[in-house]
Design a protein around this ligand. Structure first.
Ligand code: PLP
Length: 342
């Protein structure tokens, strides 16, 4: 059986030998008692990297996002986000369930929100309207094919939120991909957001976990909410150690994943079963199949050649590059793409 090449998501990576070693040697304690020094080190490391006051290690990015939304809203409030946002589409209706808030969906270009899009959707004070209290951005934009915000775009949204008294949260599941692609400094992000969620289990290659960053006061509330949701973990330092290792060893190499995505996109531009390829900025390639095909047919044909990927709509397919896809695998995939019979 030939080896599969797995482009379904950057969550499929397995810990490297170095990472496993770091995990095995972690100093741990009961983190619910605040006694796990490795969890504490991870939270502090990310907080200081982003110049935010505090961090909270959680089991998933869904939990960090949902806790942040709960911290930044009251029941009956309204949250503004893009219609493609993970917090809206892929968190199981959590905004309604956890925060009792409604959602106002905007239609950004590749999921990018601007003050021009946001401002008209902020409700004025009126008993008929839900109170707008929070804007959520996503960077990179997953459904936007790994699209990055510029720092100017973020600053503009931040300024509007400041004037209007809105909180601003960042779903930064793939924020390090954005930082590597744009060259922007992590420290500047802390200034623009009230909350930032970062996944360790995506491109960074850790097996489990996300970290929520915010003010001391917000993280204190978030810690309580994590407990309520059943996310208080005991000797979690074994997992936090993987996160620390990832931050030390797996950030710069994301540039390689981005190059790999570009190479795949180039190959896809030149075959007749592809209609168009969304130009990749980071590690996600989205492409539409030609009108006579269904996306699932092309996914199946690739699957028969050992290339795993997902259809994200009737016409669209997503390929995600990551730590466990080597340069040789990219070459092999490009060869398959060129010869594929659907
Ligand atoms: C993966 C992801 C998350 C968090 O997902 P979990 O599987 O809950 O860790 C949040 N936002 C985006 C954009 C994601 O891609």
């Amino acid at each position: 059986m030939e080896q599969k090449i797995d482009f379904r998501s950057d969550t499929v990576t397995k810990p490297t030998a170095g990472m496993l070693d770091a995990m095995m040697n972690a100093k741990v304690g009961d983190d619910v008692y605040g006694e796990d020094e490795t969890v504490h080190a991870l939270e502090t490391k990310l907080a200081s990297m982003f110049q935010m006051e505090a961090g909270l290690f959680c089991p998933s990015g869904t939990m960090t996002n949902q806790i942040a939304i709960k911290c930044f809203t009251q029941p009956m409030d309204e949250v503004i986000c893009d219609q493609t946002a993970h917090v809206y589409r892929y968190e199981g209706g959590g905004i309604a369930y956890n925060s009792l808030a409604s959602v106002r969906l905007l239609y950004g270009e590749r999921g990018i929100l601007t003050p021009e899009l946001i401002e008209p959707e902020i409700n004025e004070e009126n008993i008929h309207y839900p109170r707008t209290s929070l804007v959520v951005l996503e960077n990179t934009v997953n459904k936007g094919g790994g699209k990055c915000y510029t720092l100017e775009q973020i600053e503009a949204v931040h300024n509007l939120c400041n004037i209007k008294g809105l909180k601003l949260h960042l779903d930064g599941a793939r924020l390090f991909n954005a930082l590597v692609a744009t060259g922007d400094k992590a420290a500047l992000y802390g200034h623009f957001f009230d909350g930032i969620s970062i996944c360790l289990s995506k491109g960074l290659g850790a097996p489990v976990g996300s970290v929520l960053l915010g003010s001391n006061e917000m993280i204190k509330q978030a810690r309580r909410l994590r407990k309520v949701l059943g996310g208080g973990m005991r000797q979690a330092g074994f997992l936090a150690a993987a996160g620390i290792y990832a931050l030390d060893h797996h950030v710069d190499r994301l540039a390689q994943d981005h190059q790999h995505a570009k190479a795949l996109a180039n190959a896809l531009e030149n075959v007749n079963y592809v209609e168009k390829v969304m130009s990749p900025e980071t590690n996600i390639v989205l492409f539409d199949v030609a009108s006579r095909y269904k996306a699932v047919e092309v996914v199946r044909a690739l699957g028969r050649k050992g290339i795993l990927c997902n259809a994200t709509s009737a016409k669209t397919i997503r390929l995600v590059t990551h730590l466990d896809v080597s340069a040789a695998m990219i070459e092999q995939t490009i060869e398959v793409i060129g010869k594929l019979e659907v």
